[in-house]
Ligand binder design. Sequence first.
Ligand code: ADP
Ligand code: MG
Length: 719
Amino acid sequence: MSTNIRRNALVEISSERPGVTAADAPSIDINAVFGKYSFTENVQKERLSPKIFRSLQETIRKGKRLDPGIADEVASAMLKWALELGATHYTHWFQPMTGSTAEKHDCFIEPRGDGLPIAKFRGSELIRGEPDASSFPSGGLRATFEARGYTAWDPTSPAFILKHQNGATLVIPTLFVSWKGEALDKKTPLLRSGSALQEHALRILRLFGNQTASRIESTMGAEQEYFLVDRRLAALRPDLLVTGRTLFGAKPPRGQELEDYYFGAIHGRVLAFMTEVESELLALGVPVKTRHNEVAPGQYEIAPLFETANLATDHQMLTMRTLKSVAARFGFLCLLHEKPFAGVNGSGKHNNWSIGTDEGENLLEPGDTPGENAQFLVFCTAVIRAVHKYGHLLRMSVCGAGNDHRLGANEAPPAIISVFLGGALDEVYNGLAEGSITPGTKKDPIEIGVEPLPPINRHSGDRNRTSPFAFTGNKFEFRAVGSSQNPAGSTTVINTIVAESLDYIATKLEAAVSQGQDLKSAVQKLIVEEVKQHKDIIYTGDCYTQAWKDEAAKRGLPNLVSTADCLPHINSKEAVELFTKYKVYTEIELDSRFEIIGENYLHIVSIETATALEVAGTLILPAALKYKSKLQSVATTAAQKALLDKLDKQIDALILALDSLRAKQEAFPDDGTQAKANYVRDAILPALAELRKAVDTLEESVDDNIWPLPTYTELLFAY
Ligand code: ADP
Ligand code: MG
């Protein structure tokens, strides 16, 4: 066998054969699997007394305050259920601002006085936990000497059982707050933003005569993109292991240009992996629906059916966790990074967002009658206005070192936030803005107010894949979310900015109606005014082009290319006004987010820098020098010596780039998070890019037998 471990890994991978034939594949009964490990409404009904069940359902469905008196009975029913499923421990599961999830497990067992053990789970333990929280980022919200943070049960998201190799744990979704009640997590602001959205959306519904809907929630379906890489190759890439992305790697001869991969037949080993992921998720009650190959080789997507945003977010976090854990079992490394490979498509998470009532009405669904369409247009207009006013906050909600590689670069979608409406709706809004909508121009004209409008066919909107915020028939799709991000952050911002617009619109309409105007003409007037004010956010063309960048600049739309540019918007005066008005974040909480997000950016780039220096200095440079000596010993002709000359120059360029990055790293300013972030953007990242260029150039010269890192071709195609 070759002495090159990279080659050995490849030989091993290529000689691997799948374990079972298709005919032997196990059959899965999805009806029996779904929700098997979730404390669903059904299970609650079965195991709780009718009174307690009703009370819990009031909280879950209507948002009524939880009656702490029911906690003991719910806890003991949960315990019994969990023990039957083999659980030994429980955990309060929460979403700290690290962007992932956190859990600390406690055993149910409690010794009795006589020394005999007994399994116990009290209501108080269900409702509240007190993890030692001093090591979670709080951005100054909680000094370490006051390390207490509380987890509080979120009864609207069902508890579930996480099975592992050697047992199981009862997992209770919770909020995570400081002892003063400040949000230390992502779930708390999400729930608060939902309340704001509900309050103002209900005002609009009441104006339109709906007196019966009592609850309104944002809904979400998150499409998750990811890459799979064989672990044997990934293990040879310290950059992948440590940073989740390749810091080096020359462009492969073949990338995604053949366009034969998207929706292509799924490789057997990958399909087996996907099936396992889905079975696990279905058992947890996550309604996973769709799987397919994505654009880039080695890239895939998984998407669920939509649910209310809070539940969908928990399920999204579980999806990311499950992808990673199942991948390990199948010998893959699952990459959720936004840009694991330069020059190859990056990974996003499309946040499909809408608003739904407890009566099952989707408020962004164009209706069949003039009245319904007027209401739809009000909600749609509110979204357009919100994105125009606060597009920079949307961009801020998805910032981060990883996502900058997608949004700032020439890739889907751009950092400039705009709205795509699609054919029919475009016509309606254009017509309204120009006053050119006239009766009888369409087959079945419908009306809002006095002017007849063309019908809005929800299937007539063509797709624009380049738009960051697109109307897709009965929902908006926010495509700028990063594949590794908790979608709660972006949903919180969408909910809040739309609540602000609905508040503004409801106030105007309520005033008009109370002055005796009829609703239809008030709506007509308002929509026309708002469209004129905010039509600059609407863009139908290709959002990747320079022409759009120029046009967007003319329209005054911000282009926040990097996290450093987004940071000031987290706790700007405007953000503080907006988020405190709708009780989503306090000013102190926003300041803490600024620190946390800023520091996270700095940490990530600093880890990347250290890793790049190490890999380039201790793997690449020695390999290049080894090749040089090999070449030196054989070069005789002028052409061969020229080769050596060229190699010398490339090696020198590498040494210079290493020195330059090191020097920049040492000259880091010491004056606050923003200044440091700016320095990262202006000095560190360009130096990292220079180093990358030097390494990637060498990759194309150095003997492949000596080159230590698996190449892009191997990472993307060998499995
Ligand atoms: P496509 O994007 O190909 O049209 P779908 O329309 O099926 O695919 O939806 C993509 C995602 O949007 C899915 O996760 C789906 O559940 C979600 N979705 C559909 N309707 C809504 C809605 N009303 N609110 C939120 N998400 C939705
Ligand atoms: Mg998609």
